[in-house]
Design a binder for this molecule. Sequence first.
Ligand code: G3F
Length: 526
Amino acid sequence: MSHQRIEVDVLVVGSGPVGATFARTLVEGGRSVLVVDAGPQLSRRPGEHLKNHFSYQHSHERFGALVRGHLHPVSSPGGGADERDRLISLDAGVATYAVGGMATHWTGVTPRHHPTVELSDAIAATEWDQLYDDAEALLGTGTDLTAHAVSHQVVLDALTAEYPELPEGHGVRHLPMAARRRTDNPRLVRWTGADTILGPLADGDRDGFELREQHLCRRLVPSADGSRIEYAEVEDHLTWRTLRVVADTYVVACGAVLTPQLLHASGVRPPALGRYLTEQPVAFCQIVLSDELVDSVAADERFAEQVAAHRAAHPGDPLPIPLDDADPNVWIPVSADRPWHCQIHRDLPYADMAPNRGVDTRLVVDLRWFGLVDPRPGNRVLFSDTEQDGFGLPRPAFEFSLSEQDRERQHRMMADLRRAASALGSYLPGAEPRFIVPTLPLHIAGTARMGTDADTSVVDPGSRVWGVDNLYLGGNGLIPTPNASNPTLTSVAMALRAARGILGTQHPLTAGRRADERPGLLVPRR
Ligand code: G3F
């Protein structure tokens, strides 16, 4: 194998939403950036959401089949843990190998984490607010994607009536979604992918930026005293050459399992690496909307025009709901007494669910309640020094159990799911309430946690690995706290902060260029 040497300011390993956030911010701050991803580029624009393709927009089943093919198992059964205590197993740990990572097929659900139940105090509360504003702008998060839909409003109203006691600011509301309705055809949606985050970089019109698909970072090579990374060894799987990438700064953002895997492979093994793993327990069911709610549609002034148009076009349809009514996207946020995140929407069927073809899909909604677990050092991903995964990297295995408190919260969460269900209708046969197989939530966190103590965390509040000057991490693995809400927005916010830290400024205003020279992301919006 020949070795080619590449010099660049920053090497980013991983091209998902977090790697893309680092790349965009650093290139706009004047740094040259090379992004490498072991996976293939699946679309013309790098990292585009695959659901933007017409044929997937209106078929959860068809898109679900595609997603299942993109979730690669990474693990083998864990050793060491007491079997009696292994109440749940994470043996089905998965990763997506693709330019854009999981954002090539994610749901785009982007809620803010609760300020005290979920958010880390390693970053000040006021700073979180600003970071969230910026992350939402970058991801194109909004709350109007389905606001006009009949079923959305019916579900929103029914749950608002059911939960009058919810605290101010934490009541039933629109689910924040990283997606925009298309203006050329409002029946279609453009889902946010890594290409959205890359912005102009995705169009290839920026010097100082390169994204290479099918390039596997095999290891980072530290200096003799371990205080810096000297170079990265990258295998180019297109030409089967090994590259030596020499950078000032290295960023690893390949997900909550593959990020600690690369550090382990590189001999960078802080004591907390892989530990304090959290995964959200999920309670799930599907509901057929009650006759009462459906009948209320026809009598509701707000829907009069839509119902009349529908009836004129389809006089034989017994339902008043338009055939192309968008799915609901309703949210009950985490609050102190209710430490779970509630999503009422339509989504991919889980693998073990046979589609229920006897029921009109306009009447079916999914209820997904995501709970939290307390971070504990014994819950962890560990890596083998003798066995390898399909890419020749140390094979991951998991040890994970639930504490008494974790279980008690799950029971309360399940009771609450049933309460919400009863306000909406009856269970769809075959989709009665149940807990979802662990790892299907895909929200593993904590494995490269951020903190202020090098013994119990992997990175400092600037996302830099303790003791390694030029090595930064990104992704859900950095979230150190119990968390129940979807993590991507928070991880993008943390990546923005870290990238600005690398540039030497926490706020883009001081980035060194005139405000009117800075495109998009760097222009202050207040
Ligand atoms: C989906 O089923 C949910 O709808 C998303 F919100 C979630 O992020 C994803 O699964 C992974 O759990």
